[in-house]
Every structure is written in structure tokens, then in C-alpha cells.
Ligand binder design. Structure first.
Ligand code: AGP
Length: 485
């Protein structure tokens, strides 16, 4: 079994074929099997070790020989977690599948090779035997069940009041608190949904407490880093996203203090970063990030609250209730519109711009309706050309300084005959008049509105995907953890 990418696969394959090996597949993994065969001289561990010296790239490797009860595991830049049972061991690429069997786990480090038999585990690093601690998992197996829901995604959407509350309640330890309070410049790196949460954070932190924040996409950062100073925070649900880990490693190489915000205890990111702020979302199984998104926001909003000396304590202690109020929202009319569309636009301003980007990401990844998130003022700079009566525009029109201009944007979209689904606050009398569909969210503090608006968009994507008969929890071509570059 191999997770990862062998970068010198073509060279290895050519050399192996010259030596008479016949390949049966186009996979890079097969080259590993041929190399092991070539080096095997009665000792599987020695054959795997010799093979590893030829490999460039990433691998979580499990090697088993027919009719033997021995597994050799090797890790480089792709995670392996070992489960410790009673006279048995397990190996997986993350914690979740192990929870059915054991709560005791060992995280392998990059460069580790484990020799596993039913009653013995030896771990080697650079040829030397090493000890890796057995850790207790803070998740239980019930967390990995669907619990009566049709999909993990829906269950996870419904778990958000709890995961938000738990993340706030857990707070931050003293070391993390000091790190955050001492930070001058702060840079955040992340990918995908996690990148969107960092963008929401930037808008909120800069407007609510005047902290300048720099945001970098993990996948770009490695190649275009630019000057880097101050605290670097990597945000990742899984803690295993290769690009985010690479970015954090670069920050370390430049002597920046580093903090990981992640949902998975023991994940690679937690072992790279100087300190960790653990989200309390519990295992997230649906490929689409939902409860981890709001838990990340909980962790990030806590940073704002800390830097603002607890100014938002009251709001944060009640925010989960507002999220709960959204869960049973009826978005049927909006779903009917979106499920007939090939394209949709999500628009917002300020922190609602990344909320719109996240809404679009959710929509496209699980329903396959092509969706784009735009800063509302940008539509007229090109995308207007795409507006038709079949192109719904989902507009987040929160109260405040951008409300009037958002209403103007909605009118501009309507003038191009595109249907509008507007999210606004309860009691708004203008939007229901001009939008085709109006979805009211509670009239709360900005910090809570970004959460409630996001949850509405999650429900919209989820129900649209269901209406279209999509495989919601396992959308095509996507993986839960992106452990390749
Ligand atoms: C979002 O629904 C996706 N699952 C994806 O964008 C994800 O957020 C991204 O791959 C980053 O993952 P991470 O948070 O585990 O680093």
C-alpha cells in the first residue's frame, strides 16, 4: 500500500525495465514493489530499507509479503498512524479508521521505518531503534458513526453548535496565549476551506481590533514566499495538508515562531509547529469541511477576543445558539433554483466575501454546480457577461456600511435578469422586495453573522447536492486530506 507520489518514478521504471522487470500498471507504486523484489534476500526489513534509499518523493508505505504476518511501514511526508491493540497492531493514514479497534496510537515521524508483527513493534530511524510514545486518542468511535443522519456531512453540519462551543470553551493554553499576545506581525497559511477561514479572520481582526494580518495560500507560499517576519500560523483541519506543512516548515527555517491550528491531535502539523491550538470539532468524515470550518473560526475569533482583552466574551459564549437556530432552515426554494443551474455566483463584501467564496466552494465540490465566489463589486468587471436567467446569484447582504452598496449590486444583477437569492437579517423589508428568494438570518453581531451565513450556505450546497443525487460525503476526484503537492 502506498500513499504519496514517487517523483523519480519514470527513471526508476526505466532502469527496472532495463534490468528485466515487467510492469503491469502505470502506477508509481509498482516501482516500489519491483525494487523490494530486487533487494529481497530473505529479510523484508532490509529489502524495504534498501528500497527507500532509491525513492524521491512522498510515501506512507505498508509492505506485506504473501503468507507472512509481518508488515514493514515507512513514512516520508505522508502520514502513518499505528494503532496499538492487544497482541495486534493496526496501520492507517489517519486516526479515524483506527477508532473502531483501539484508542492507543503511535504517530510515526518522517524517516521512520516500523517492523510490525502481531506481538511486536520495532521502530527505526536512520537505522537506529527508537521509541515513539503511545498516545491516547481524544475522539471516540461513536463520533465516527452517522448517528441516524443520511450523510456524514449533514451530521457534521448539525454538530456545529457543539464543536463551536467546545472550541471556545477549551480556550488557549498559557504558551499559546503569550505567543499570540506577543506577536507583532501575523501571517496565516492554509489551503481550501481553511484558507477561507483565514480570510474571514483577516477582515474581522483588521476591522474589529486593528491587527494587521497577512494571509498566504499554502500551495503558493512555498514558491513565492516574500519577506517573512513575526508569528506564522498554519490552519488545517487535518494537520496533514502537504502544502500547509511545507509553508510552516519554511517559516521555521526563517526562524519565525509557529503555531498550528488544527483539529487532529498528533497530526504532522502539530509536530512541526512550536505550539498548537487544537480545535474541538471531533472527527470530520465528510470530504466537505463544515464543522471544522466553524471550529476554525471559533479558534481564530478567540485570537481576536484575546487581543481585544475579552471584549467579545459575551458574544462568543452565545454564538453556538445562533448557529443552532439556523440548522432547521428551509432552503427548499433556493435549492430548486440552484439544482437547475449549471453556474452560480456567490457574492459578498468584507468578511462576507470569503464567506461567499466558501459557499461557492461547498456548492461546486459536492453538487458539481459550477460556482464562483466574488467580491460583490467585482462582478461588473467581467462576470456580468455570464449572467443569464439561469445563473443564480447568492448575495450576502449583511447590515452595516456595505448594506446599501450590496442592495445596489443586487439590483444590478436583477437588471441583467439573473435570479437572486439574498441573505439578509430578519426584519429587512427591502431585500424581500427585490430578491427572488430572501433568506433571513438572525440580526446579531458581525462575528455571529459570518457563522450563521456560512451555515445557510452549507445547507444550500448540501440540499442541492442531494437533489441532484450526488455522492455528498465522497465527491468525485477529491480526498479528505491532500497529502500530495
Ligand atoms: C473543503 O471542503 C475541502 N475539504 C478542502 O478545501 C480542504 O479544506 C483543504 O483541502 C484543506 O484541508 P485542511 O484543512 O485539512 O488543511
Amino acid at each position: 500500500m502506498h500513499n504519496g507520489v514517487i517523483e523519480n518514478y519514470s527513471d526508476l521504471k526505466r532502469e527496472l525495465e532495463e534490468r528485466g522487470h515487467v510492469f503491469r500498471s502505470e502506477t508509481d507504486t509498482e516501482a516500489i514493489a519491483h525494487l523490494i523484489e530486487e533487494h529481497y534476500d530473505g529479510d523484508l526489513l532490509a529489502a524495504v530499507n534498501a528500497t527507500l534509499s532509491h525513492l524521491q518523493g512522498s510515501y506512507a508505505l505498508l509492505v506485506i509479503m504473501e503468507d507472512t504476518e509481518r508488515i514493514i511501514a515507512a513514512r516520508n511526508a505522508s502520514p502513518i498512524v499505528l494503532g496499538v491493540g492487544d497482541s495486534e497492531f493496526f496501520a492507517a493514514s489517519d486516526l479515524t479508521p483506527l477508532l473502531d479497534y483501539t484508542e492507543r496510537v503511535i504517530y510515526l515521524d518522517d524517516g521512520d521505518v516500523a517492523d510490525i508483527t502481531p506481538d511486536r513493534l520495532d521502530i527505526y530511524h536512520e537505522g537506529q531503534k527508537v521509541e515513539r510514545p503511545v498516545e491516547l486518542v481524544n475522539w471516540c468511535v461513536e463520533d465516527t458513526r452517522k448517528g441516524g443522519f443520511d450523510h456524514y456531512m449533514l451530521k457534521e453540519i448539525f454538530e456545529q453548535p457543539q464543536s463551536f462551543y467546545e472550541t471556545i470553551r477549551a480556550g488557549v493554553d498559557e504558551g499559546v496565549r503569550r505567543m499570540l499576545m506577543d506577536a507583532g506581525e501575523i501571517t496565516l497559511v492554509a489551503c481550501g476551506t481553511s484558507y477561507h477561514t483565514t480570510l474571514v479572520f483577516k477582515y474581522l481582526a483588521e476591522s474589529l481590533c486593528n491587527i494587521p494580518i497577512r494571509i498566504e495560500m499554502g500551495s503558493e507560499f512555498k514558491y513565492f514566499t516574500g519577506p517573512l517576519r513575526g508569528l506564522v500560523i498554519a490552519v488545517s483541519q487535518s494537520g496533514e495538508t502537504t502544502d500547509t506543512i511545507a509553508a510552516l516548515n519554511m517559516a521555521k527555517a526563517r526562524n519565525c515562531p509557529t503555531l498550528a491550528i488544527t483539529n487532529v491531535q498528533g497530526s504532522t502539523l502539530t509536530r512541526v509547529a512550536d505550539r498548537t491550538l487544537l480545535m474541538r470539532a471531533g472527527p470530520e468524515i465528510g470530504v466537505a469541511a463544515t464543522k471544522s470550518y466553524t471550529a476554525q473560526l471559533a479558534a481564530l475569533i478567540q485570537i481576536i477576543n484575546l487581543r481585544c482583552e475579552g471584549m467579545f466574551n459575551d458574544i462568543l459564549s452565545h454564538a453556538h445558539l445562533a448557529i443552532g437556530d439556523i440548522l432547521l432552515y428551509d432552503v427548499e426554494d433556493a435549492v430548486a433554483l440552484c439544482s437547475q443551474a449549471d453556474h452560480a455566483f456567490f457574492i459578498g463584501r468584507g468578511p462576507f466575501y470569503p464567506v461567499a467564496m466558501e459557499g461557492a466552494l461547498k456548492m461546486k465540490e459536492i453538487s458539481y454546480v459550477h460556482a464562483e465566489g466574488y467580491a460583490a463589486g467585482e462582478l461588473k468587471h467581467g462576470p456580468f457577461a455570464l449572467l443569464t436567467p439561469e445563473t443564480p446569484v447568492i448575495a450576502i447582504c449583511a447590515p452595516g456600511s456595505t448594506y446599501n452598496v450590496m442592495v445596489s449590486n443586487v439590483k444590478e444583477v436583477k437588471a441583467r435578469r439573473a435570479p437572486v437569492i439574498a441573505l439578509g437579517v430578519e426584519g429587512d423589508t427591502e431585500l424581500p422586495e427585490i430578491a427572488d428568494i430572501f433568506i433571513p438570518i438572525p440580526d446579531t453581531h458581525l462575528l455571529v453573522q459570518v457563522l450563521t451565513a456560512s451555515v445557510v450556505l452549507q445547507l444550500l450546497a448540501y440540499h442541492t447536492a442531494c437533489a441532484l443525487g450526488r455522492d455528498v460525503d465522497r465527491p468525485r476526484n477529491l480526498a479528505k486530506s491532500v497529502t500530495v503537492e
